[in-house]
Design a protein around this ligand. Structure first.
Ligand SMILES: Cc1cc2nc3c(=O)[nH]c(=O)nc-3n(C[C@H](O)[C@H](O)[C@H](O)COP(=O)(O)O)c2cc1C
Length: 162
């Protein structure tokens, strides 16, 4: 999508999944920006209107595939357009899970070719929240600059933002 050079600054949306223990939800709600909860069916059925960041916990469930990606996240990522607009992944995990630490976040980053933007444990510390806010703010600036470049007819830039 092309925007005029005077278009509003990009505000990257955050889509998160959180289980009943709510640690990722607590983190997401402290980010100070619009967040979308993938445990809600309407959210899962929607497609991000622009660039978005996934925030996911890892859950080693002991199923045959040893799958750690929460099912709502997997379903949301089945949309090619959502995958295309994904710009990065953040993960919540617990180091007690050893080699499986952040397995979902890392696997999604690997298969999508998008970067792991930030990792933290459980609900995150105040420092973690500040750091994630800073990373998202930097991303907004980079994407806004890319949109301005596109509007002026240049090519290249941040992947997955269109
Ligand atoms: C059953 C179970 C399995 C988990 N598996 C992993 C895992 O494989 N890797 C990891 O880094 N963290 C793992 N965790 C830790 C969670 O990802 C972490 O606590 C996260 O903050 C939970 O977020 P939520 O409360 O929003 O669901 C597991 C936690 C539980 C309860």
């Amino acid at each position: 999508m092309l925007r005029s050079a005077s278009a509003s600054p990009v505000r990257t949306a955050v889509y998160f999944y959180s289980s009943a223990s709510g640690m990722v939800r607590s983190f997401a709600q402290r980010l100070g920006r619009e967040v979308f909860d993938l445990s809600e069916r309407e959210v899962r059925r929607s497609v991000p209107a622009g660039p978005w960041v996934l925030l996911t916990p890892s859950y080693k469930t002991g199923n045959v595939d040893n799958d750690t990606i929460p099912e709502p996240v997997r379903r949301f990522l089945s949309s090619p357009l959502a995958r295309r607009r994904l710009v990065g992944v953040m993960g919540s995990g617990n180091r007690n899970f050893g080699e499986h630490y952040q397995a979902a976040c890392r696997q999604i980053a690997r298969t999508s070719g998008r970067p792991v933007l930030f990792e933290f444990e459980l609900q995150g510390t105040s420092w973690d929240v500040e750091e994630a806010r800073r990373i998202l703010d930097d991303l907004d600036l980079a994407l806004t600059a890319e949109h301005a470049r596109l509007a002026s007819g240049a090519s290249g830039g941040v992947r997955g933002s269109r």
